[in-house]
Design a protein around this ligand. Structure first.
Ligand SMILES: C[S@@+](CC[C@H](N)C(=O)[O-])C[C@H]1O[C@@H](n2cnc3c(N)ncnc32)[C@H](O)[C@@H]1O
Length: 274
C-alpha cells in the first residue's frame, strides 16, 4: 500500500509564489529552499557538520548499523543517492580504509557544492533520479559500485521509477543496496493521514465562502488556526511490504530489516545473483 506524501517545508513561500504544489520539487525549487538555510551559509567543514547534526543527530543509530553492514560485506566503493549535504557519507568515510571511494550524489547543486567544498575525501556529484543514469555514473567513477544507499530519498520516486533505478543498479553489478525509508508507514497510519488531509482540503473549500471566515478558528497548540495548506507533494509513503515488493521486482532480495528511529523501515537488499 502507498499514499502520496506532502511536506509543509517552505510551503507558504511556494504557495505565495503560485508554484505548483502538486508536482514534486524541481532541483531549482529545492536549491532555492536550501539556500535560505544551512548550505549557503556554511563557511567551513565544522560549520556544515554542526548545522547538519543539530537537526539530524537521531540518525546516528542507523549510521552505526550502516557502517557495520558496509564492513561486514567488505564494501569499499559506496554511492549514496539523494545524499543532501553528504555529512553521513563523510562520517562513513572516516571508518573506511584510504583506498575506499565514497560518493555523495544529489540533484540539489547547493548541497552538492557544499559537500564538494568542505567534505573531502568524499566525492560529490549531481545525480537526478529522473534524468541521470547509473551507467554514466559508473563510467565516471571508473570502478564498480559495491553498495548503494538511500538515506530518506527513495520515497521521492514512484514505483516504476524506483524499479527502473534499482534495475540499473542491479545491471551495474552493485552487490548491496541499503534503504533507510523515512516515509515508511503502517497501513493504519496511512488511513489516519489521509483522513487528516481530507479535513484540510474540506476546510480550505469551506473557507472560500466569505461569511465563514467571520467564524473564529479552532484553537491549535500555537493559538487559534484554521488548517492551512496540505503541503507540497514530494513522494510516497509506502508500507514496508510494498517497498520490499519493488526491490523484489528489480532482482533484489531482502537480507535484513530493522526499525531504527527515525526510520520505520531500514532494509538491506542483496542482488539475487549473490
Ligand atoms: C529527506 S532528504 C535526505 C537527505 C540526506 N540523505 C540525509 O539523510 O540527510 C532527501 C534528499 O533527496 C534529494 N532529492 C529529491 N529529489 C531528488 C531527485 N529527483 N534526484 C536526486 N535527489 C533528490 C533532496 O535534494 C534531498 O537532499
Amino acid at each position: 500500500m502507498k499514499i502520496k506524501a506532502y511536506t509543509t517545508l517552505g510551503i507558504e513561500e511556494l504557495a505565495s509564489r503560485q508554484e505548483n504544489t502538486l508536482e514534486r520539487f524541481s532541483s531549482a525549487e529545492h536549491e532555492a529552499m536550501v539556500s535560505q538555510n544551512t548550505g549557503e551559509n556554511a563557511s567551513s567543514k565544522e560549520d556544515l557538520i554542526r548545522s547538519y547534526l543539530i537537526d539530524n543527530y537521531t540518525k546516528f543509530g542507523a549510521l552505526g548499523w550502516f557502517i557495520h553492514t558496509v564492513h561486514e560485506n567488505q564494501c569499499k566503493n559506496i554511492v549514496s543517492f539523494g545524499a543532501g549535504f553528504g555529512v553521513l557519507e563523510y562520517l562513513l568515510s572516516m571508518s573506511l580504509p584510504d583506498d575506499a571511494v565514497v560518493i555523495a550524489t544529489d540533484f540539489d547543486g547547493v548541497m552538492v557544492d557544499a559537500a564538494a567544498k568542505y567534505l573531502s575525501p568524499i566525492q560529490a556529484r549531481r545525480f537526478d533520479f529522473f534524468q541521470d543514469d547509473v551507467k554514466s555514473l559508473c563510467d565516471e567513477i571508473g570502478a564498480p559500485i559495491d553498495l548503494a544507499v538511500f538515506w530518506g530519498s527513495s520515497c521521492v520516486m514512484d514505483d516504476d521509477e524506483l524499479i527502473r533505478l534499482l534495475t540499473s543498479l542491479y545491471k551495474a553489478g552493485v552487490r548491496v543496496v541499503m534503504d533507510f525509508d523515512a516515509a515508511s508507514m503502517t497501513a493504519w497510519n496511512m488511513i489516519k493521514r489521509e483522513a487528516q488531509l481530507w479535513k484540510v482540503r474540506l476546510v480550505r473549500q469551506v473557507r472560500r465562502i466569505p461569511l465563514v471566515n467571520l467564524i473564529a478558528p479552532p484553537s491549535g497548540p500555537l493559538g487559534p488556526v484554521w488548517p492551512s495548506h496540505p503541503g507540497k507533494f514530494h513522494g510516497w509513503h509506502r508500507t514496508p511490504d510494498h517497498l520490499i515488493k519493488q526491490y523484489d521486482a528489480a532482482g533484489w532480495r531482502l537480507a535484513g530489516r530493522r526499525v531504527i528511529p527515525p526510520y520505520n523501515m531500514a532494509g538491506i537488499f542483496k542482488s539475487s545473483r549473490s
